[in-house]
Design a protein around this ligand. Structure first.
Ligand code: PLP
Length: 485
């Protein structure tokens, strides 16, 4: 009897121990604190993009016809862009816009992208902050730009367009567009800034691998290009010259439309898949961000990750802070003016109400090519004016310090553009260390830097230059902006 009793009690004890062992790994809090990656199931992918314009108290001002200064309507841009993108550009009423099935199917090739807790970076910084990043570098093109390239090419094909054209600087947008054009059976012609084409040949090879025709800009193939070369035979090209050439090709070729990789409202709209996924993934992590950070070129990856969270600031009183990290050498958010300005150098585009350094501003030749643009998108400009977000300036050396630390801790070499977001994140995490605040910080890793290794080589060799820009130089360009506001 006693033996049996002992046997049973030992077994109960064992069972009890066993249950403690079994329970431990499934303890909710333990599991959460250790989880590194938060992967959404495909079935949870967003089926609609979020259009923040519908929820903004102060709507963005309309673009203007440069000749008459009359507000433009969607139809006025149909000869340049796909009609659906024009309608999305001007849509201030529908908060949710369906993602077409074919685009959603293509998103499944590389989405949902992971949300990652940067434990190693937190440890290296010895910060109480919880740092998360949304990893948009995992697709084969290596940046977030593919999210809009697929949508733009889809609409072009639906509307009977056979050819698309665009400009590209370092080549991330050109590469994404070339692939998306192939997916939807379109021919792509890309004007790449001549100096970038020579200095960074790999992305032009990537574009040609996907079947695109790549031309260095300025070229002899357009009126605009010929004029520029006639005036300056040694012109190295700029985004401004390449935009002018691409728009000319689109408007003079039947069934050819122009596409753009940043700045415009519809581009930021397509990028909101980033933030909509991140919102669900932060929920999986059991946290909500106090601060959301992205690097800033024209605002598409910034809008993409922030707008879905910002809707809770606008509608539900959330207090999340939004930080756009721009290069100190191209400081349109922190040192620019809010005015109507052209989007390109030649003045072919409509006038857009934006924070600008002047369309004649020539940014220093920093490695973050995607951040070298003189103006900010119309939506983000209004949000900045209304105090819903702020900008910070990052010197080039600080951006690479941050990129190197991130590579050495998290094992991913970030794009030179993304390094700016990481630098801003580190600044915030260090503030948390000083104040002891345990903030939740989320940043967007917009791309990887594996095709930008010459930039890292320069940094490692100590040859990197920090460009500063004087108030006089900024004022000189801003003085040339038409004063309409
Ligand atoms: C183009 C690019 C950017 C900047 O463009 P936004 O429209 O401001 O997002 C940032 N990061 C990467 C990797 C890019 O290719």
């Amino acid at each position: 009897m006693l033996i049996i009793f002992c046997f049973i009690s030992i077994n109960i004890l064992n069972l009890h121990l066993l249950s403690i062992k079994c329970n431990k790994p499934t303890n909710k809090h333990d599991k959460m604190s250790k989880q590194k990656k938060f992967i959404l199931p495909e079935s949870e992918m967003p089926m609609q993009w979020y259009n923040i314009q519908a929820d903004m108290a102060n709507k963005p001002l309309p673009p203007l016809n440069p000749a008459t200064h009359k507000p433009l309507k969607a139809e006025d841009l149909f000869h340049i862009f796909s009609e659906e993108c024009c309608r999305q550009e001007f849509d201030q009423t529908h908060a949710w816009i369906d993602i077409p099935d074919e685009v959603a199917d293509m998103y499944k090739y590389y989405r949902p992208t992971p949300l990652v807790r940067a434990y190693a970076l937190e440890k290296a910084l010895d910060t109480p902050a919880h740092i998360y990043f949304k990893n948009e570098s995992t697709n084969p093109l290596g940046s977030h730009k593919i999210n809009s390239a697929l949508a733009q090419c889809y609409y072009c094909r639906q509307e009977g367009t056979t050819n698309v054209t665009t400009e590209t600087g370092a080549g991330q947008w050109g590469a994404a567009l070339s692939y998306a054009a192939r997916v939807f059976g379109l021919e792509a012609a890309v004007y790449q800034v001549k100096i970038s084409l020579r200095q960074k040949p790999y992305r032009s090879i990537l574009m040609r691998t996907f079947g695109a025709e790549v031309t260095g800009s300025p070229s002899m193939s357009t009126r605009a290009g010929k004029d520029i070369i006639t005036r300056d035979p040694m012109h190295q090209g700029s985004l401004g010259t390449a935009i002018s050439e691409a728009i000319e090709l689109a408007t003079t070729t039947p069934h050819c439309k122009y596409t753009l990789g940043s700045v415009l409202n519809h581009v930021a709209l397509h990028q909101t898949v980033i933030g909509l996924e991140a919102e669900k993934q932060m929920e999986m992590a059991g946290e909500y961000p106090d601060t959301v950070i992205a690097c800033f070129g024209g605002g598409s990856n910034f809008g993409g990750i922030t707008f879905p969270f910002m809707r809770h600031n606008i509608k539900d009183g959330a207090k999340t802070e939004y930080i756009a990290a721009e290069p100190a050498s191209c400081p349109k958010l922190t040192r620019g003016v809010f005015e109507y300005d052209f989007g390109d150098e030649a003045g072919y585009t409509p006038l857009l109400p934006m924070f600008t350094l002047g369309h004649g501003f020539k940014p220093a030749n920093i490695h973050a090519g995607g951040l070298r643009y003189h103006g900010a998108g119309v939506i983000v400009s209004q949000l900045l004016k209304d105090g819903l977000m702020r900008g910070v300036d990052i010197p080039q050396s600080e951006s690479f310090d941050a990129g190197l630390l991130f590579a050495r801790t998290e094992g991913i070499v970030p794009a030179p553009e993304s390094c700016h977001a990481i630098a801003a994140t580190i600044r915030e995490a260090e503030k948390c260390k000083e104040s002891g605040q345990q903030k939740v910080i989320l940043f967007n890793l917009s791309g990887h830097g594996l095709i930008d290794m010459t930039a890292y080589e320069q940094y490692l060799n100590g040859d990197l230059i920090d460009y500063t820009i004087s108030d006089e130089a900024i004022k000189a360009n801003i003085d040339k902006v038409p004063k309409i506001i």
